[in-house]
Design a protein around this ligand. Structure first.
Ligand code: 6R9
Length: 632
C-alpha cells in the first residue's frame, strides 16, 4: 500500500493487487450510477438473491418516513442465508467454525449441518407454539446455538429479540415486558475470563413477575447446577432428543416487509426503544454492503468479533456472512484472556482472512505492545475493519502496520442499529484516510448541516444527516411510531437525523466526531445517560443522579456520574464503590461508572431538566456555554 502525506492527514492508496477480482473495481462509476438512480441500483442488488415472488415496487415512499421496500416480493432471509447454499457447491463448505474460551473446545458446521441444526431448533419452536409474528427473546452468549436460534425464528417468520448476555435482570425484564414474548432462550451460563456469568439465574430473576413468558429453553454451556422449573424450563438437549425435533422444516415464505427482529437500543430519553427490521430490505442491504466493503471471496474466513447481542453481531456476524456464503468464525471469549495474544493466536491457527473489530479493542491490545502479535503469523489476513466509534489515527496505524502487516486496507464502517447496514465507509479500491469513515455507500447520500438544516462548508463540524432511505434501515420503533418520527425525521423533514456530529472534507470523506445527543458509546457499546441515571436512582442512598460520558484512552468514552445523596447519607469511597456495583448489577457491568462524584445539587434548567452539557464542560475545564436557561 502506498502512502501519501498531506499537511493535516495521510492518504493510503490501495495496492493494485487489492483490485484483482474485487467486487467493486471502478467505485467512481458505481457511485455515479447508483446516485443517478438509487432504485435501479437496489433492484439490481436485490436480484442477486432469491425471491419466491418478485417485487412489484422497489421503494414505496408514499407514507414517508414509513418506507416500504420490494413491495409485493416474498422471500425469507433464511432462504438466502442457508437454503440456497444447499443446492450448490457450498453445501459441504464450512458455514461456522466456533471456538470456546477453552480453545480445546471447537465445533464446526457445514452449510448442510447448519441447516440440520436450524431445522431442529425450528421444529422445537413450532412444537412450543411459536407462530409467524411471535416475538422470541434470545439471551445467549457467543455459542453456535445463538445462530441456530436466530435463524430458526426467522425461518418460521417469528421475530427474534436478542438481549446482550451482559445485561442485568432488570434490563432483561423490561425488554421482555415491552415485547410481550412468551418464550425465552438462554443458557446455564457464559464464560467470562474464566468465570461463569450466571445467565439462567438472571433469567429467573428477570421473568419472576413476567405475565407473558410461558417457556424457557436452556442450552447447557458452562455446566454448573441451575434451578429448573419443571413446568416452564426445558433443557435444549432434552428437547433435541424428542421425535418432534427431527425432520424437515420448511422455510416460511414471508412478505418482504415481514418483521425479522427487534433490537433494543439506547436513545436520548427514557427507556430503550425496540428497533424493528424486516426480511426483504434488510437482507438486500446487509448482503450488498458486506459483499462490496469486505469483498467477500469464496475461500474467506470471516471473523467479526462483535457479540450477537448488538447490531454488528446481527448484521455482520450472523446474517451478512451467511448471505454471502462465507465461512464465519466465532470465538466465545474475550481478547485478553488468558493472555493478550488470544485473538492473534486464533487468526494464525484458523487462517482468518478478514477481521472486523472495534477501536476500543485495538487500543486495549495496543497497550500490551507489539511483541504479542509479532510472535504470530498473521499473513492470512487480507482486509481489516473497524466499527462502533471513531478510530483514532494512532490505533489505525497500529492496526494497519502491526496486525495488517502494512498490506491490509482498513474499512472503517459507520452505521447504527437503526440503519442495519453500513452507511458511510470505503470499499477496498478507494483511497483510505485514517480516522475518516469514508463516503456514503452506493445509493446513499449524506450531508453535514447546522441547527437550521443548512449544509455547512466542508471542514466545518455540524450534524450528520442521511438524505436517502436505504433498504436495510429500520421501519419504525416497535409500538411507538410517534417516537420514530420525532427522534429521526421531525427536525429536518425528508432527512434522517443520525444523532452524530461530523465534518466532510474536500474529497467528500466524512469524519465522524461522536454523538450529539444523550447517548454514550462506552467501549463501542451504546448506552443512554438516562438508563445509567435510572439505575443509580434505584439505590436508596440516591436522591438524584446525572451521568455523562468523558473521553477515555481505551474505552473512547467512560461514564462519570454525579450523585445527590439522601439526607443522612455521607459520601465515602465505600459508598462510591457500592453505587458503581449497583449499576453493574441493575443495568450491566459495561455501564459501571468510572467515577462517581457526590454533589450538593445538579445544574438544571428552570424547567428542571438536568444540564449534562454544563457538567461535561466543567469536568473538561471548558467554557460552560449559554447558561441563560440555568435555574438560579
Ligand atoms: C454499528 C453500531 C451507533 C453509533 C453511531 C456513532 C458510532 C459506529 C462508527 C461510529 C465513528 C464509525 N459509530 N460506527 N462512529 N466511526 N465507524 O455501532 O451501532 O450501537 O447503534 O451505535 O456508533 O456514534 O451513531 P450502534
Amino acid at each position: 500500500m502506498s502512502e501519501e502525506s498531506t499537511p493535516e492527514k495521510l492518504v493510503y492508496h490501495p495496492d493494485p493487487s487489492v483490485l484483482e477480482g474485487a467486487t467493486v473495481q471502478d467505485w467512481r462509476a458505481l457511485e455515479a450510477s447508483a446516485t443517478a438512480d438509487p432504485q435501479a441500483y437496489w433492484a439490481e442488488q436485490a436480484s442477486q438473491l432469491e425471491w419466491s415472488r418478485p417485487w412489484d415496487t422497489v421503494l414505496d415512499d408514499s407514507a414517508a418516513p414509513f418506507f416500504k421496500w420490494f413491495v409485493g416480493g416474498r422471500t425469507n432471509i433464511v432462504t438466502n442465508c442457508v437454503d440456497r447454499h444447499l443446492r450448490g457447491a457450498r453445501k459441504n463448505k464450512l458455514a461456522l467454525i466456533w471456538v470456546g474460551e477453552d480453545t480445546s473446545k471447537v465445533r464446526t458446521f457445514s452449510y448442510f449441518s447448519l441447516n440440520r441444526e436450524v431445522e431442529q431448533f425450528a421444529n422445537l419452536l413450532t412444537a412450543m407454539g411459536v407462530r409467524e409474528g411471535d416475538v422470541v427473546t434470545i439471551y445467549l452468549p457467543r455459542i453456535p446455538e445463538v445462530v441456530f436460534a436466530m435463524l430458526a425464528c426467522a425461518k418460521l417468520g417469528a421475530v427474534h429479540s436478542l438481549i446482550f448476555a451482559g445485561y442485568s435482570s432488570d434490563a432483561l425484564s423490561s425488554r421482555i415486558q415491552d415485547s410481550e414474548s412468551k418464550l425465552v432462550i438462554t443458557a446455564d451460563g457464559s464464560w467470562v475470563n474464566g468465570k461463569v456469568f450466571p445467565l439462567k439465574d438472571i433469567v429467573d430473576e428477570g421473568i419472576h413477575f413476567s405475565a407473558t413468558v410461558e417457556n424457557v429453553i436452556v442450552v447447557r454451556n458452562t455446566g454448573q447446577d441451575v434451578s429448573m422449573d419443571p413446568e416452564r424450563d426445558h433443557w435444549y438437549h432434552d428437547l433435541c432428543a424428542l421425535p418432534i425435533a427431527r425432520g424437515h422444516c420448511p422455510t416460511v415464505q414471508v412478505d418482504a416487509e415481514h418483521p425479522l427482529y427487534l433490537l433494543y437500543t439506547s436513545g436520548s430519553t427514557g427507556s430503550p426503544k425496540a428497533i424493528l427490521h424486516t426480511h426483504g430490505g434488510y437482507m438486500v442491504g446487509v448482503h450488498t454492503s458486506l459483499q462490496q466493503t469486505f469483498d467477500i471471496r469464496e475461500d474467506d474466513r470471516w471473523w467479526c468479533t462483535a457479540d450477537p447481542g448488538w447490531v454488528t453481531g446481527h448484521s455482520y456476524l450472523v446474517y451478512g456472512p451467511l448471505l454471502t456464503g462465507a465461512t464465519v468464525f466465532m470465538y466465545e471469549g474475550s481478547p485478553t484472556y488468558p493472555h493478550p495474544d488470544r485473538w492473534w493466536q486464533l487468526i494464525e491457527h484458523y487462517g482468518i482472512t478478514t477481521f472486523y473489530t472495534a477501536p476500543t479493542a485495538i487500543r486495549s491490545l495496543m497497550r500490551f505492545g507489539d511483541a504479542w502479535p509479532r510472535r504470530r503469523d498473521l499473513s492470512s489476513l487480507r482486509l481489516l475493519g473497524s466499527v462502533g466509534e471513531p478510530i483514532n489515527p494512532e490505533a489505525w496505524r497500529w492496526f494497519h502496520e502491526v496486525i495488517g502487516g502494512g498490506r491490509c486496507p482498513i474499512m472503517d464502517t459507520w452505521w447504527q442499529t437503526e440503519t442495519g447496514m453500513f452507511q458511510i465507509t470505503t470499499v477496498p479500491s478507494m483511497p483510505l484516510k485514517p480516522g475518516a469513515a469514508g463516503r456514503p455507500v452506493f445509493g446513499q447520500d449524506a450531508e453535514v448541516v447546522d441547527e437550521e438544516g443548512h449544509p455547512v462548508p466542508d471542514g466545518t463540524e455540524g450534524l450528520l444527516v442521511l438524505k436517502n432511505p436505504a433498504p436495510a434501515m429500520f421501519r419504525t420503533i416497535f409500538k411507538d411510531e410517534q417516537r420514530y418520527i420525532d427522534t429521526y425525521w421531525a427536525k429536518f423533514p425528508g432527512r434522517y437525523l443520525t444523532g452524530d456530529a461530523a465534518k466532510r472534507d474536500e474529497d467528500g470523506y466524512f469524519w465522524v466526531i461522536g454523538r450529539t445527543d444523550d447517548v454514550i458509546k462506552v467501549s463501542g457499546h451504546r448506552l443512554g445517560n438516562a438508563e445509567v441515571e435510572a439505575a443509580l436512582g434505584g439505590h436508596p442512598a440516591v436522591v438524584e443522579a446525572a451521568a455523562i460520558g468523558l473521553p477515555h484512552e481505551v474505552k473512547g468514552n467512560a461514564i462519570h456520574a454525579y450523585v445527590v445523596l439522601a439526607m443522612g447519607r455521607e459520601p465515602s469511597q465505600a459508598l462510591e464503590q457500592e453505587l458503581r456495583d449497583h449499576v453493574a448489577k441493575h443495568l450491566s457491568p459495561i455501564a459501571k461508572p468510572e467515577r462517581i462524584e457526590f454533589v450538593e445539587k445538579l445544574p438544571k434548567t428552570r424547567s428542571g431538566k438536568i444540564m449534562r452539557r454544563v457538567l461535561r464542560a466543567r469536568a473538561l475545564g471548558q467554557d460552560e456555554g449559554d447558561l441563560t436557561t440555568l435555574e438560579e
